[in-house]
Design a protein around this ligand. Sequence first.
Ligand code: FAD
Ligand code: EPU
Length: 337
Amino acid sequence: MLSIEKNANLKPYNTFGLEVKANQLAICPDHESLLEIITYLHKNPTSYLILGGGSNLLFSKDFDGIIIHPTIKGIKVIKEDPKHIWIEAGAGENWDDLVAFCVNHNFYGLENLSYIPGNVGASPVQNIGAYGVEVKDCIEEVNGIYIEDATPFTMDNDECMFDYRYSIFKNELKNKVIITSVVYKLDKAGELNLSYGPVKDELFKKDERDLKTLRETIIEIRKSKLPEPSEIGNAGSFFKNPVVTKSQFDSLQKDFPQIPNYILSEDLIKIPAGWLIETSGWKGKSFGGAAVHEKQALVLINQNKAKAQDIINLANNIITDINNRFGITLEPEVNII
Ligand code: FAD
Ligand code: EPU
């Protein structure tokens, strides 16, 4: 059943922990309640935002409109063959609960994405990724509703146009659809993905080399670098890692021979933004109540009752400085609302 809270406090709904409000917060636990809120929007056009766990958002001010918060639950096996299993999860399931479910059942595929905050419904939006895996590697299809005419849709993996921190839901379909569930195709047996060096090093210090131990290892690595949103407000990496051409990279490497890099293709190279920011002396620096995290320079934190503008000013100062030093324009990963 749809429930609407007026003049809602959004502090529990944004991991930056900012004190912001919305005119209305619509909690939608099922399809019917989503259709109800869509019908209401058709009759009373107003601004709206679809909100999952609020872990990739920065509210720049109070939200003048309706926040649509799908809380559709359910994790179920919908199909299997001798090698694979297809799991459908509701948009409102907590992401890491889904990963834990899969690991506990020995289904391979999502384990490297352990402990990423947020909900299932947002997992395809920016194609969440960590430690050598992107969720696109396991997504079979995405189900949802078009807001314009309230019709349902199912999109297969190709139609979602997944790329690094990108999908059709971040671009053409941004705020035009509500994702209601995602179907993941997982393996019943498989190899652990240890392509991300530090994961292999840490796992090999342990006695077991199974899915559960890999999940524990990933969680330990994440806890050693990334702040817990319940303790220090943040939204993970504030910027995307920039991708440059080979010729741009070659000229950067002449000036900065130690610059880390990942080769994506013959002509494209990804550079860790955390290195650019740390090398430029920003680690630990603060602006108002906002700061650059001491252990991971790509993460901006709400250090001391930050205002949204503190975080935005800090981000803008970093963008300008990195541009001046390296000729690279950092792009936010976080959605600024
Ligand atoms: P929200 O922040 O609520 O929303 C994000 C975007 O998705 C918004 O544009 C929103 O409108 C849209 N959206 C949400 N739900 C729906 C829906 N049902 N239908 C349509 N649109 C929707 N990300 C990574 O990729 N890798 C990481 O390793 C990682 N680490 C993180 C670590 C920390 C400590 C934190 C705080 C964040 C991290 N993130 C990471 C970012 C974040 O967790 C992910 O982007 C996550 O998928 C966001 O989920 P959410 O439910 O909180 O989405
Ligand atoms: N680095 C530094 N200083 C720092 C941070 C990083 O020099 O303060 C350099 C180091 O060379 C390090 C490299 O950057 O080896 C990579 O760092 P890390 O492994 O911490 O990963 P990242 O590139 O900073 C990306 C994702 C994270 C994801 C990790 C692990 C993006 C924007 N971020 O960070 O995702 O968890 O890899 O795979 O791609 C997120 O999207 O919110 C997020 C946390």
